[in-house]
Structure formats: structure tokens, C-alpha cells
Design a protein around this ligand. Structure first.
Ligand SMILES: [Zn+2]
Length: 85
């Protein structure tokens, strides 16, 4: 089960910027996210980080779809709070 703050949301396809730049907004603070492509073999799967609030997200797009999905990656504190010993 995902921690409660890791809900999956739909976002506009990150490549939908009119200037061709890939972009997405932080769901926590609304600032622009920095998109990273850790696996060049999977260009539709990105890691997004927010320099403003420190949130991390996993973003996955689907070819020929107008939306992508994004899930906030939990912090150490939120994982520890939901861990059952
Ligand atoms: Zn943020």
C-alpha cells in the first residue's frame, strides 16, 4: 500500500510546452520541476525534482497520449511514519 501522500495524479504530457521544453509543475508548491532522464532507454519515464520545496516525483508518459501520470515519492519521514513494526 502506498503512503497516503503518494497519490497518483494525471498531468499534461511533460513535452506539451509550446517551446518544446519538457516541463511539469510541483503539486506541493506549484513551482517548475526539474525533469531528469535517468534511463535513456526509457525516455518517457522521468524523475522530477523541485528545487523550491525538495519534493521528488516519478513521471511516466505514454506515447501518443495527452496526459502523463505522476506520483510523489515519499520522504524518509513519511515512510517511517507508515512503517508497521
Ligand atoms: Zn515544490
Amino acid at each position: 500500500m502506498l503512503p497516503t501522500m503518494s497519490r497518483i495524479i494525471s498531468i499534461p504530457q511533460p513535452s506539451s510546452d509550446p517551446c518544446g521544453r519538457m516541463r511539469a509543475d510541483c503539486t506541493d508548491c506549484g513551482c517548475d520541476l526539474a525533469l531528469h532522464l535517468p534511463d535513456p532507454m526509457r525516455p518517457l519515464r522521468m524523475l522530477a525534482t523541485c528545487e523550491a520545496c525538495g519534493a521528488w516525483f516519478l513521471v511516466e508518459a505514454v506515447a501518443d497520449e495527452s496526459e502523463a501520470v505522476m506520483v510523489r515519492l515519499p520522504s524518509y519521514g513519511s515512510l517511517r511514519a507508515t512503517t508497521v513494526n
